[in-house]
Design a protein around this ligand. Structure first.
Ligand code: PEP
Length: 253
């Protein structure tokens, strides 16, 4: 059995006002009271961060942002810096989600700066990688993963590589209900681990690699049972506290 503690991270995307977020966390915390051996994070919109940090304080739930700029401050209208996130008490940040890459032009070049900037600010980054359906059909998955992992980690020193969590999220499985098979998830996650191993073997053993893409209570146990899958990044199913708690429970088995 792996020594890596599983992480279940919920990605709310652009859902929930502050009042809705408060209701959610009050519902979630009692559902997690008996859960052991798994870390839990919710990645919430910027406007919910402070309220969620306050409400989750002292609990097992960590609060993450969904994006950040790499600079500590500057003339970048509409952006939020790593220092601002850690100042609010946020513990981590999702970087390079495919929706940010596709809709907002997030590049591997920017991620090469954002990932180490998050670590420098004391934030735990979750770097998202994954192929489109077309890339999978064209046997291009490994090339895509190689480039995204190599670039995203390029400026992270070897001794800090294991502090980055990587989420393998095949784009064709995100929000589609078309979950990857357990074999597909294991194969891709093991490949990502080998890529980290090309940099540093010890880091490859310690780095957490999640699967993301239509994870639900019904399929979570099988995916999370794969040898290299260290948890899940959960979108739609994380919006309901009970559903999310069931996925967290699946990670404890
Ligand atoms: C995600 O937003 O990262 C995600 C995996 O979404 P979903 O679980 O809805 O596919």
């Amino acid at each position: 059995m792996s020594a890596r503690t599983p992480l279940i991270a919920g990605n709310w995307k652009m859902y929930k006002t502050e009042a809705q977020a408060e209701d959610y966390i009050q519902a979630l915390l009692p559902l997690l009271s008996s859960v052991d051996g798994v870390e839990v994070a919710i990645c919430v919109p910027f406007t919910d961060l402070r309220a969620m940090v306050d409400s989750a304080r002292g609990s097992r739930v960590e609060v993450y942002a969904q994006n950040m700029h790499q600079e500590p401050e500057g003339a970048f209208t509409g952006e939020v810096s790593p220092v601002m996130l850690s100042d609010v008490g946020v513990q981590g940040v999702v970087l390079g989600h495919s929706e940010r890459r596709a809709c907002f032009g997030e590049t591997d070049k920017a991620l090469a700066l954002k990932v180490p900037a998050a670590l420098e600010a004391g934030l735990r980054p979750i770097l998202c990688v994954g192929e489109t359906e077309e890339e999978r059909d064209n046997d291009d998955t490994e090339r895509k993963l190689r480039q995204q992992v190599r670039d995203g980690l390029a400026r992270v020193p070897d001794e800090r590589l294991a502090e980055v969590t990587i989420a393998y999220e095949p784009i064709w499985a995100i929000g589609t209900g078309r979950v990857a098979s357990a074999e597909q998830a294991q194969e891709a996650v093991a490949f990502v681990r080998a890529l980290v191993g090309d940099r540093d073997q010890r880091a490859a053993e310690g780095v957490r690699i999640l699967y993301g893409g239509s994870v639900k209570p019904e399929n979570a146990a099988e995916l999370l049972g794969q040898a290299d899958v260290d948890g899940a990044l959960v979108g739609g199913a994380s919006l309901d506290a009970e559903c999310f708690a069931q996925i967290v429970a699946a990670a404890t088995r």
